[in-house]
Design a binder for this molecule. Structure first.
Ligand SMILES: Cc1cc2nc3c(=O)[nH]c(=O)nc-3n(C[C@H](O)[C@H](O)[C@H](O)COP(=O)(O)O)c2cc1C
Length: 352
């Protein structure tokens, strides 16, 4: 069989978005050919010790695919076969939109990182929710990540999120409010206590489904904590930290393209913000850590810091189809090596 290193060197000769489209095609085709997915599914991990029930939903393992990989909900079944424990689709917006002009995704191979300025290209929430609903009830929790259209000014953003909740709440197992993409002009300005208060107050009149807030790694810790606390007081079920960073000092020359950086160079920043948030909020809400998780050591550290769940994106691009299964194996090994009997005992063990 072709090793992922060989396949990756071929894929990396293509522009990143072309490679992503090709991977989407391969995954969708594999989903139609059960024996092809069977080979991967055989590696799929379902160690009992990694199972959790959160929000009343059953997570077979704590590793989720971060939003943006499956923007349109077309790869849910194959992603499940790759061993992920939950799937987040989107970001979806009320109306379909094409996103920013191409090229809008770049690799920083030496840094094991990506840079993207996609701008919420998506088929619109109606199509996304139709695809998700057709699969329900599904074997894994499926989240739908919600954003606003580029043409909607911030003063009317609440209305886009209202439409998003109304469209998505029935199909999704959980929702995420994405206020942290750097690629929709001024979206991050909505990361304020006042907007978050209004948003969750509205949301709680519309649905009882779990809703999480996804924040940027570029907030200072005190501000991030204040915003997260407000969200929780107003009905948020949890926080996802973090999205991509626009700290271009992390990679020389990245500023000219703009967008957000992800992968290994994000790890330290994302971990530090997660640690600060968890120091205040561990035990009070569900915390999901995302950003620069490229191996099992990093995943394990986030879990011990207080992450009930983790999400990955760039690690899958660099690590290949077996990435989720490798992480699950690695987490399971560390769990046993350090004498924990189940994942819940490890979560937040550094805080106790
Ligand atoms: C190409 C690309 C597109 C993304 N699109 C979205 C998106 O639509 N919504 C979102 O909330 N996050 C999006 N993200 C952010 C990821 O979900 C994740 O938060 C970020 O990449 C950090 O994780 P990582 O270092 O494991 O990649 C995107 C990331 C990449 C690389």
């Amino acid at each position: 069989m072709l090793s992922y290193e060989t396949l990756r060197s071929l894929l990396f000769k293509l522009p990143p978005e072309t490679a992503h489209t090709l991977a989407e095609f391969a995954l969708r085709t594999a989903a139609l050919t059960p024996f092809a997915l069977g080979a991967v599914a055989a590696r799929c991990v379902s160690q009992a010790d990694l199972k959790q029930t959160i929000f009343g939903l059953k997570f077979p393992n704590p590793i989720g695919i971060g939003a943006g990989f499956d923007k349109n909900g077309t790869m849910i079944r194959p992603l499940a076969a790759l061993g992920f424990g939950f799937i987040e689709v989107g970001t979806g917006t009320p109306k379909a939109q094409s996103g920013n002009p191409k090229p809008r995704m770049w690799r920083h191979i030496g840094e094991h990182s990506l840079q993207n300025a996609m701008g919420f290209n998506n088929d619109g929430l109606e199509a996304i929710v139709r695809r998700v609903s057709a699969l329900q009830p599904f074997v894994l929790p499926i989240g739908i990540n919600l954003g606003k259209n580029k043409t909607t000014p911030n003063e009317k953003a609440l209305e886009d999120y209202r439409v998003g909740i109304e469209k998505a709440a029935n199909g999704a197992d959980y929702l995420v409010f994405n206020l942290s993409s750097p690629n929709t002009p001024n979206l991050r300005d909505l990361q304020s206590e006042s907007f978050v208060r209004d948003l969750f107050a509205l949301a709680r009149t519309l649905t009882t489904k779990p809703i999480l807030l996804k924040i940027a790694p570029d907030l200072d810790a005190a501000n991030a904590i204040a915003i997260a606390q407000t969200a929780i007081e107003c009905g948020a079920s949890g926080v996802i930290a973090t999205n991509t960073t626009n700290d271009y000092s992390l990679i020389a020359g990245s500023q000219t393209r703009g967008g957000g950086l992800s992968g290994a160079i994000l790890a330290e920043k994302s971990r530090a913000l997660f640690d600060a948030l968890s120091a205040e909020l561990y035990g009070k809400t569900v915390l999901i850590s995302c950003g620069g998780i490229m191996d099992a050591d990093e995943a394990w550290q986030r879990i011990k810091m207080g992450a009930s769940l983790i999400q990955v994106f760039t690690g899958l691009i660099y690590g290949g189809a077996g990435f989720a299964a490798t992480l699950a194996d690695g987490i399971w090994e560390r769990l046993n090596r350090e004498g924990f009997t189940k994942i819940e005992d490890a979560i937040g063990s550094l805080r106790r």
